[in-house]
Design a protein around this ligand. Sequence first.
Ligand code: ATP
Ligand code: MG
Length: 569
Amino acid sequence: MTKQGHDTPSTDNGPSNFIRDIIDKDFASGKHDSVVTRFPPEPNGYLHIGHAKSICLNFGLARDYKGRCHLRFDDTNPAKEETEYVDSIRNDVRWLGFDWGENMFFASDYFAKLHDYAVQLIKMGKAYVDSLSPEEIREYRGTLTSPGKNSPYRDRSIEENLTLFEGMKKGEFDEGTHILRAKIDMASPNVIMRDPALYRIKKVHHHRTGDDWCIYPMYDFAHCLSDGIEGVTHSICTLEFENNRELYDWVLDTLGISPRPHQYEMARLNLSHTIVSKRKLLRLVQEKKVTGWDDPRMPTLSGIRRRGYPPEAIRMFCDRIGVARSDNWVEFGQLEACVRECLNASSPRVMGVVNPVKVVITNYPEDQTEEFTFPYSPEDDSMGSRQVPFSREFYIEREDFMENPPKKFFRLGIGREVRLRYAYYVTCTDVVKDDNGEIMEIHCTYDPETRGGWSKDGRKVKGTLHWVSAKHALDVEVRLYDHLFATDKPEAVEEGGDFFDNLNPESLKVITAKVEPSLADAEPGMRVQFERIGYFCVDSKDSLPGKPIFNRTATLKDSWAKLQKKTEN
Ligand code: ATP
Ligand code: MG
């Protein structure tokens, strides 16, 4: 650990980025001696992979600088918020591997304080009650190129403002009749600074404060003050809020909040072939394009968890994409590469045949069954092993057989010899077909001298196939998932189009696979690699005892990258 300046915590743990540089400077200059960050979700939907970037960054900074990160629910907009979302968000942050300790807060906890700050601004002559209609307010605001003009109510006396604001709070007025605005500058080149709204009337039940309030603070007022109340030092948001920073600073400086937090903006995560907007994800759920927020095709944390993505893969991904100041797109393949990297090392290898065709060994005794010991990992002995039964009839993948294979096809063909993983060498003699010419059965002979899958005479074979004994096979439902959207930027639609048009019609294929019997008691959530096929996870919702359902987490290789190469050439 290298020490920088005075007693500065090390940043060796995380990849460097511009926010870490700022923190390092703040430590070096003595501006701060600890880091307090926050992750501030609005509980109006489930968290998605974009949020993971923010979680990993904020909690990661707190971890590496030995500070703290608050989980704060930004619940200032009562109409859209639900307790279900609060619970799911807590669950998802924990699953990602982060802990807020005692620091879980709700912006609604501060409603009384925020109200007092608003009163303070009125008393300072820095806020007023406006009674223009919403349409008039829009008209008076001006445009990006022309200044706004002052509301006729702007110069109300402090007394009158206090009385009206009190009346708003007591529920004496209808929604939309009055709002509280900051008195800043209607000619500001930054439109956000043109007397922004601070409080509006909303006669709506709140998930935590019930019917206590009928005025609710606006995001720009509540957020900076919540940061201030909690002693946040570095308040990180996405680039869309760059123009709001001036207001963030104005509110805190005008009210003399000290020490005062600072806002920093970073690029949001945009991921190809999917969508990271709660509003749009909600539409997918409501219009039943997916089975729910946790549909394994969804980019939500609950969806990718159910799909089988391990949390360490998400953290690895967030570290790798880094934190930058300008917006960019990240290929979904990058996320999958992290998933494969984690699963390759950690998931036991088992045998499952997803597109089965039957093989019969004509010289193998009819009633005989043998058991072979299969290690769960070729490299890691600590993963243990299990017994796998072998018999005269078994299944292999249809793709692993060709009647008249070309030279470079190293799998099974008539007259060809291959290895059955850990079992025997077999040679194909002939096939049985149905009336349509489809292969029903492949006939082979086996060499009893090759038990265990190797030949004493040093005879080499090029292909090794996975297999599942027919009479021991377990029939299981397998859900083959693919990208939810067929285009890389699904939100890019033509005039009058809808992003639904870009949904991938092939995003889910349900098949029945033959898998080895050891998987009968595979626990929900268990992740395995079907040898040579891909990574799968036992579905945590629909599986029944003894009847696991397998979700395909990822293929072994990035077939989309290959496809793209092909179309480019
Ligand atoms: P959405 O557009 O999906 O509703 P949001 O920004 O409104 O997202 P919030 O609940 O307000 O959702 O977000 C909580 C935190 O997560 C914020 O600090 C926000 O900046 C961050 N965040 C949200 N989406 C992304 C993203 N795609 N990339 C990085 N950070 C994100
Ligand atoms: Mg938001």
